[in-house]
Ligand binder design. Structure first.
Ligand code: GRG
Length: 274
């Protein structure tokens, strides 16, 4: 029987709940539960899960990888909300973690998610050769040449001296890489061949960037520099459409006609109309 999206979410949440229940320090446990168990679309775990199950991967192998990716995403949001970064008081409609628990606890909670993500990966049952490639893929996407690079470039941006391509590179690194890594790690769990991996790499890169641009379009504000405010809404929509077509072309070549990888492109397209 094929697992439904709801089923997958429940299994993932159960795994995460169990892991966090074992955190010994109460304040840290409470903070981790607060930030990861109340909302979040779980897009990255779904991308990983869907890709892996297209190639008949074993659920026992998928769940820890999907959870580790969500942990890293959660850490990035916690740190992004801090006063020294984006300074956001709310996240998902409730007070952001540092507003609720204080800055020190928020920083440490982010640290815990990032570190525990790699503990979860190392502790999985995936055989060592495949696991090594998954760890390399996720670490490269999250680390100094991936999400952190994107974030620091964003923090240090000189808004009077920046070009479109630089803004796109920041978006690719800051948001796109982890989305792409979610697809690729699913593909690695599915032990797929190099040609299919190449197509999924292109798909992941295209939807990762498209997701960030669609977010920027939703967030166009006069006082805030982002891709959409820089290139104008119309061109930003055009660029997103191009990326989505590229992603859909990869899926056609892979003969994928339904499921979450298709729905994700539709979800991004629908955001353009909101
Ligand atoms: C702190 C190292 C470090 C990196 C932060 C991802 C990131 C880098 C910042 C987030 C900035 C942001 C809100 C970008 C918009 C696109 C995006 C990643 C939105 C949040 O992801 P969703 O929509 O969130 O998957 P949910 O709440 O559903 O989990």
């Amino acid at each position: 029987m094929k697992t439904t999206t709801k089923n997958r979410s429940e299994k993932l949440n159960l795994f995460i709940k169990d892991r966090i229940a074992a955190v010994p320090q109460n304040k840290l446990k409470e903070a981790m539960q607060y930030v990861i168990l109340q909302g979040g679309k779980r897009l990255r775990p779904q991308l990983c899960w869907e890709t892996a199950s297209l190639f008949d991967a074993d659920e026992e192998e998928i769940v820890p990888v999907a959870a580790a990716i969500e942990y890293i995403h959660t850490y990035s949001l916690i740190h992004d909300d801090l006063p020294s970064m984006d300074d956001d008081d709310t996240r998902r409609g409730i007070p952001s973690l540092h507003k609720k628990f204080g800055e020190a606890t928020a920083i440490l909670t982010g640290d815990a998610f990032l570190t525990d993500a790699f503990y979860i990966l190392a502790n999985s049952r995936i055989d060592a050769g495949v696991l090594k490639n998954i760890v390399l893929t996720i670490a490269a996407a999250a680390g100094s040449g991936g999400m952190v690079e994107g974030q620091i470039s964003d923090v240090l941006i000189n808004k009077y001296d920046i070009g479109e391509e630089q803004l796109i590179k920041i978006a690719l690194k800051k948001t796109g890489e982890l989305i792409k890594a979610s697809v690729l790690s699913g593909a690695l769990i599915g032990r797929i061949d190099k040609i299919k991996l190449g197509l999924l790499n292109r798909y992941g890169g295209a939807v990762g960037l498209a997701y960030q641009i669609s977010d920027d379009i939703k967030d166009i504000k006069k006082d805030r520099l982002n891709i959409a405010s820089f290139m104008g809404k119309k061109r930003a929509i055009g660029r997103t459409e191009e990326l989505l077509e590229k992603a859909e072309d990869c899926l056609r070549k892979l003969k994928i006609e339904n499921g979450f990888l298709i729905r994700f492109t539709e979800l991004i397209r629908n955001r353009l109309e909101e």
